[in-house]
Design a protein around this ligand. Sequence first.
Ligand SMILES: NC(=O)c1ccc[n+]([C@@H]2O[C@H](COP(=O)([O-])OP(=O)(O)OC[C@H]3O[C@@H](n4cnc5c(N)ncnc54)[C@H](OP(=O)(O)O)[C@@H]3O)[C@@H](O)[C@H]2O)c1
Length: 284
Amino acid sequence: MSTIPSITLNNGTTIPQLGYGVWQVPDDEAASAVRTAIEAGYRSIDTAAIYENEVGTGRAIAAAGVPREELYITTKLWNSGTLDWSGQQGQDAVLRAFDESLAKLGLDYVDLYLIHWPRPMHGTFPNVWKAFEKLYQDGRVKSVGVSNFGTEQLDTLLRESSVVPVLNQVELHPHFPQAELREYHAAHGIATEAWSPLGQGKELLAEPTLVKIAEKQGRTVAQVMLRWHLQSGVIAIPKSVTPSRIRENLDVAGFELDAEDLAAIATLETGKRLGPDPQGFDWN
Ligand SMILES: NC(=O)c1ccc[n+]([C@@H]2O[C@H](COP(=O)([O-])OP(=O)(O)OC[C@H]3O[C@@H](n4cnc5c(N)ncnc54)[C@H](OP(=O)(O)O)[C@@H]3O)[C@@H](O)[C@H]2O)c1
């Protein structure tokens, strides 16, 4: 991992700028996929309770033979609509969910715990955050952060809490570069982490502008997109279950996009999300 830069977060901890995401990797495949990723050199793994692959991910971590302190493990709270997340019972539910994730992963701490979605229409995320503060203060997580939060929800946390999220994990790729949100993050010491950094392996991989840059650089389109994330100061967590792609996605340190490449990529914004708009999005 020496070729992958790290980002220092607002509490002084560091996170590799490139990690490995495991959404949609079935639990029984996660052990071998994550093992392949760790062997390839990834040191940061992004899972979530709702991915239902924390057990397989944990098996890979145990089998990989890499010292725990060299790995950076993220998981996320599934603050679904089936539970009431208000008051003391909401905070207790967070602590129970965290214990379950730790047990499934087979770990005694995680590096980063995230609130998966804000579900702002319920107004319970500040209460959920209080339980996150407790996990942080008790040393059970090295850092706490959020995912899919907008500036309004971040404003609320900054106003009501002394613990600032270390990062916000949001949809981000050349079609949806999130410039405004990134500016807000930068102004408040919050790092930006990109989910679906390759646009879920869809149209962007055949985007003519990116194909041209890839040909010029002698790289693949996926590598160009990941290089763009790194040069933008964003943390990226691409997912692949294909061993050759797992390795390809990590091999992005040996080249540099120039000003012309960056200007061309900046024209690709469509404003269209692949996932739902978190501001109106609820789960049951
Ligand atoms: N916080 C959230 O709400 C949230 C939401 C979505 C995702 N995430 C996180 O972000 C991670 C990444 O996002 P994502 O999985 O949605 O999408 P992604 O990483 O942008 O794209 C993954 C897709 O691209 C393909 N792919 C990967 N590398 C490739 C390459 N070098 N060449 C061609 N195709 C390639 C993969 O195929 P194969 O696997 O078949 O190789 C897969 O279909 C997730 O795994 C998860 O950890 C978080």
